[in-house]
Design a protein around this ligand. Structure first.
Ligand SMILES: [Zn+2]
Ligand SMILES: [Zn+2]
Length: 275
């Protein structure tokens, strides 16, 4: 079994509207590319901030600029016009847990991917609203990032923790803490294990400035030692990116003795052999 769950039906530009990309023909392009790469379990997880419902959660100007689409229309489209699993990439916003739960409740997700893209009002991975250069040390940003990711897992809102060390995305273009990164991973690994949540091995990092998968190898080793289930995804934003670098990812998992990956349906997880 190979999975690709953290998948977007369009790239992030605001002009990529639901009307243009939430179509059976577009979903079919993804299904075909996945089949060519041997990926049977395919699902989509659009960014919550593209939907008007996001405004019930958080009023950040970045979100306000993008929140145009109807969440129920998306869910109905995926269920009725595609054979894809239905997911959502739902940001974790500390303090907004009840509002996030309200948006998730009553919709029949196969899985919910939890992501931390912002620390307070500052973004980790976009040039707009960037946290980098805003006066905080790398040490403090990393510490806050991993504490927030830990908090997201313990919230119980999520099935999969997405790109769990996104803080490194810019690689050497932004400052990196001097100390052993395992110091930062530790509280996150403990929280993931306690929450029993799956953690994403995302191959997207290989196409980002950092040039390595999420999570980094020492982080992945700690997750394996702690018995955390792993979910495999590419964070594709177009069909060509589906299953990106999967051979390398599978090799990495095998080298760490991982034989199974997480598969989801109706927010129930089961483990299936990789490959
Ligand atoms: Zn993300
Ligand atoms: Zn994503």
């Amino acid at each position: 079994m190979l999975t690709d769950y953290h998948v977007h039906l369009r790239t992030d530009e605001p002009e990529n509207t639901a009307a243009r990309f939430f179509t059976a023909a577009n979903a079919e392009r993804y299904r075909e590319a996945a089949s060519e790469r041997g990926i049977a379990e395919l699902g989509v997880a659009e960014h919550i901030y593209r939907f008007t419902a996001a405004m019930e959660i958080w009023q950040h100007p970045f979100w306000r600029q993008y929140a145009h689409d109807d969440l129920d229309y998306y869910c109905g489209f995926v269920r009725e016009e595609t054979d894809l699993r239905l997911g959502i990439e739902m940001d974790f916003i500390p303090g907004a847990e009840d509002r996030i739960a309200n948006v998730l409740d009553g919709r029949d997700w196969d899985y919910v991917v939890g992501s931390v893209h912002f620390l307070r009002d500052h973004s980790l991975d976009t040039e707009d609203y960037s946290i980098w250069g805003a006066g905080e040390s790398a040490d403090r940003i990393w510490r806050r990032y991993f504490e927030t990711v830990a908090h997201s897992a313990l919230s119980g809102l999520y099935d999969i923790i997405g790109h769990p060390d996104l803080v490194k995305v810019w690689g050497s273009a932004t400052p990196v803490p001097d100390r052993d990164p395992r110091f930062f991973y530790e509280p996150a690994v403990e929280a993931f294990a306690e929450a029993g949540v799956a953690v994403e091995l995302s191959t997207a990092g290989w196409r980002k400035p950092v040039g390595e998968q999420y999570p980094a190898v020492p982080f992945l080793e700690m997750l394996v030692d702690a018995g955390c289930p792993l979910a495999l995804s590419s964070d594709a934003h177009e069909p060509d990116q589906l299953g990106f670098e999967y051979e390398r990812a599978v090799e990495l998992l095998e080298s760490l003795g991982v034989r199974e990956i997480a598969v989801f349906e109706g927010r129930q997880r089961r483990m299936e052999p990789i490959g």
